[in-house]
Design a protein around this ligand. Structure first.
Ligand code: GRF
Length: 227
């Protein structure tokens, strides 16, 4: 939904699955020079016990829990049945998101692969979907990216990993990068030390990447990715 550059704020809907430390970074950055024109209209979780829901409620942000299990119960536990359940789940998720008429969707620790039944209606409505991923473009797509980077470094295959914010397409973590930051992996690093360093960078990158995506939406131009 190309937005009028005079529009005061850009309405964002945030999808989460867990602790919500990146959501918190966005909440804390709203109405500051780091994220001057964003307002969070809803936080949606696919996990009922996600602590991020508590963070949103504390900040007075409406929340919703969208449960995949209910859809799986309506279909046989076959590959086809699970596929149908996920497709319906994503279609209803798109409808749930659209209720608030957001200008953009931010996946901040959202651990569910979004199907075309979610992405297509949002694309048709001009609502970009962006995601935070703890790896460099094309390096460790999918889950457990930090552990896999750490293992590869232990084997001497890599000496750096990174974090990125990218546009979401149906190919997992392969959408156009918006913001990419490289992170060194030191030989002496423990996995915990690397995770801590990555999360500290993520809290900055999720805010900068969201702000950049908002500016692009407001100027409806999409220049090259920046480091
Ligand atoms: C982050 O590391 C994110 O990159 C990954 O899941 C983690 C979520 O952390 N997809 P939080 O829930 O925002 O604290």
């Amino acid at each position: 939904m190309a937005i009028d550059s005079q529009q005061a704020t850009t309405k964002i809907c945030i999808l989460i699955s867990g602790n919500g430390s990146n959501l918190q970074a966005l909440i804390d950055a709203c109405d500051t020079p780091s994220l001057p024109s964003a307002s969070i209209v809803r936080v949606i979780s696919n996990r009922k016990d996600a602590f991020g829901l508590k963070r949103a409620e504390k900040a007075g942000i409406p929340t919703a829990y969208h449960n995949l299990l209910a859809y799986k119960k309506r279909h046989p536990a076959t590959e086809e049945g699970i596929g149908a359940a996920r497709s319906e789940y994503d279609k209803d998720l798109a409808a749930l998101v659209m209720v608030d008429k957001p200008d953009m969707v931010v996946c901040a620790g959202w651990m569910h692969i979004l199907a075309p039944t979610f992405l297509d209606p949002l694309e048709s409505a001009g609502i970009p979907v962006i995601n935070l991923h703890p790896a460099l473009p094309g390096q460790f797509n999918g889950s457990r990216a930090i552990e896999r980077a750490y293992a590869a470094a232990q084997e001497g295959k890599i000496d750096k990993t990174g974090v990125m914010v990218h546009y979401v397409i149906s190919e997992v973590d392969m959408g156009e990068p918006i913001l990419v930051r490289e992170i060194e992996i030191n030989k002496s690093d423990t996995l915990d030390e690397l995770e801590t360093r990555i999360h500290e960078n993520e809290w900055q990158i999720i805010v900068q990447g969201t702000n950049t995506a908002i500016e692009r939406l407001r100027t409806s131009s999409r220049p090259k990715a920046t480091g």
